[in-house]
Write a protein that binds this ligand. Structure first.
Ligand code: HEM
Length: 105
């Protein structure tokens, strides 16, 4: 099935407790997720990452993001992101489409 931005926005409700997106977004429990795709992990200015995230060597693209969000602690052992994981491929695609709307700025 195609990616569905509106469905992705609903999935992002699970992330909002810790992450902000959009023009007014600020770092919170987790870093701002604007401009995620194409960015190196651990590089949002002003956010205090764990060494595990900062030194993961990951560049976020659809493949690495999908692996990470399925099981954050498996992809980045030692990350301080506490999230059990999103296993459903369609929901991951929808969430990806939602997040791609927000450019870095
Ligand atoms: C880090 C996405 C849910 C807290 C990250 C990163 C991504 C991400 C991509 C790495 C960012 C980077 O390298 O710049 C998401 C998504 C979520 C979600 C899409 C929902 C599906 C949560 C929740 C929490 C959380 C619920 C808090 C309970 C954090 C923290 C970090 C982080 C603390 C920094 C990790 C570290 O420095 O080790 N998140 N997240 N996230 N997230 Fe999430």
């Amino acid at each position: 099935q195609a990616q569905d931005v509106e469905a992705g926005e609903k999935v992002f409700a699970q992330c909002r407790a810790c992450h902000q997106v959009g023009p007014a977004a600020k770092n919170a429990v987790g870093p701002v997720l604007n401009g995620l795709f194409g960015r190196k992990a651990g590089t949002v200015e002003g956010y205090n990452y764990s060494p595990a995230n900062k030194n993961s060597g990951i560049t976020w693209d659809e493949a690495t993001f999908s692996e990470y969000i399925k099981d954050p602690k498996a992809k980045v052992p030692g990350t301080k992101m506490v999230y059990a994981g999103l296993k459903d491929e369609q929901r991951i695609k929808d969430l990806t489409a939602y997040l791609k709307q927000f450019d870095a700025s």
